[in-house]
Design a protein around this ligand. Structure first.
Ligand code: AMP
Ligand code: GLY
Length: 424
């Protein structure tokens, strides 16, 4: 099978690393790839924003399956374009991808499916929004409707800050993405990320992971795309998993099918769990990053047939086996991230990190310059390690971090603290 993988972050390096192990793979193409990923495939010189260009490249190279890592190309209709050209695509069409790209749509589907989520109101008018706000107690949750590069959610402790967020968003802070906003109830509990594959009908549950969104130790500092992750997630017990499948995942997939907009690909449910009861925070139409990387390390089965089956409507024939080990991941980010940071600093030691037992390093924001590996983004390297439990996986991942020589980088020293406090 010839596969084209879209994306160039840690998530895609992990997907490419796993796909490359498949006996079914004859050739892997990459757009845009990254210096770690390119050892597994051939980079095609097409922009990851160019929907017709990517579709044409898939045709020219006789690709059997396109695997889309990030949400942006899905939100711009890459899935639709590929399917129209007769090419199988892992990832939903633009309309069903609204489960991620429109918070208002996600809420409407949850209401129709009876899936538990925060109560909410949707607004384009600030006077009505502010009046609704007063029906909640602090903290207040205000969200831009559309994609806002992870910055579209404000949790405000005071009415004053909440009103300021409403004013900013409706004044066009995120352009079209915040022309409409959602105000919702604050949910207490512990978060977990759960993933399923689906072909629009059959559903294949994967496993859950937890990430650390804040930049600094103690879960302090600004929100990021994730500074570390681990799996299993102790909060995601068997009961929580059953409840998530029965109250959220299955009814939502059925609702999408009933609307004639079947959802196909991976569905990522961001959950808030309290008293073993899950409620939905958000859906994403793609794998989480960094969560995807720990999932790939724990998957014992061949991933490629499962992705192909999801894309071609044959998922009911597939099952997957998982390691009973744990996996931890430490993100190494550029000093200053998620604010302004410099690029181009030299990174050494990736090979020696990879030589540590159980360690695999996935690249995210890296580049090659004059034969040297340099930083080229905010989140730069992901150091993953497996072990018999989360505590030993975390300790081993930090052994990998210690082997990396990159003075301009930083990382959290407390990844997994919550899980290590409990048993696996
Ligand atoms: P989202 O982009 O919707 O996932 O929101 C980003 C983060 O904000 C989530 O991962 C949660 O930590 C937090 N968050 C969002 N909505 C809520 C809510 N209704 N209650 C509590 N926390 C929330
Ligand atoms: N790690 C969170 C995300 O991928 O959105």
């Amino acid at each position: 099978m010839k596969v084209l993988l879209i994306g160039g972050g840690g998530r895609e390096h992990a997907l490419g690393w796993k796909i490359a192990q498949s006996p079914h793979l004859s050739k892997l193409y990459l757009i845009p790839g990254n210096p770690g990923l390119n050892q597994h495939g051939e980079i095609l010189d097409v922009s990851a924003n160019d929907i017709p260009g990517m579709t044409a490249a898939a045709q020219t190279h006789g690709v059997d399956l396109v695997v889309v890592g990030p949400e942006a190309p899905l939100s711009e209709g890459l899935g639709d374009a590929l399917r129209a050209a007769g090419i199988a695509c892992f990832g939903p069409d633009k309309k069903p991808a609204r489960l991620e790209t429109s918070k208002k749509f996600m809420k409407e589907i949850c209401a129709a499916a009876g899936a538990p989520t925060a109560s909410y109101g949707s607004f384009e008018d600030k006077t009505a929004a502010k009046a609704f706000l007063k029906s909640f107690d602090p903290p207040f949750v205000i969200k831009a409707d559309g994609l806002a590069a992870g910055k579209g959610v404000v949790i405000a402790e005071t009415l004053h800050d909440a009103e300021a967020a409403i004013d900013d968003m409706l004044a066009g802070q995120f352009g079209d993405a915040s022309a409409s906003i959602v105000i919702e109830e604050f949910m207490a509990g512990e978060e977990a990320s759960f993933f399923v594959l689906t072909d629009g009908d059959a559903i294949l549950p994967l496993i859950a992971a937890q990430d650390h969104k804040r930049a600094y130790d103690g879960d302090k500092g600004p929100n990021t795309g994730g500074m570390g992750a681990y799996s299993p997630a102790p909060v995601f017990t068997e009961k929580v998993r059953e409840r998530t499948m029965e109250t959220i995942i299955r009814p939502v997939i059925e609702e999408m099918k009933a609307r004639g907009e079947p959802y196909q690909g991976v569905l990522y449910a961001g959950l808030m769990v309290e008293n073993e009861t899950p409620r939905l925070v958000e859906f994403n139409a793609r794998f989480g990053d960094p969560e995807c990387q720990v999932l790939m390390r724990l998957l014992n089965s061949d991933l490629l047939p499962a992705l192909h089956a999801a894309a071609t409507g044959t998922l009911s024939e597939v099952s997957l086996g998982w390691s009973d080990e744990a996996c931890a991941l430490i993100v190494m980010a550029a000093e200053g991230y998620p604010g302004a940071y410099e690029m181009g600093s030299i990174i050494r030691g990736v090979d020696s990190a990879n030589a540590q037992p159980g360690v695999v390093v996935f690249h995210a924001g890296t580049d090659e310059r004059d034969g040297a590996l340099v930083s080229n983004g905010g989140r730069v390297l992901n150091i993953t390690a497996t072990g018999p439990d989360i505590k030993s996986a975390v300790a081993q991942a930090y052994e990998g971090v210690a082997a990396i020589d990159w003075r301009q980088g930083f990382y959290r020293r407390d990844i997994g603290w919550r899980a290590i406090g409990s048993t696996k």
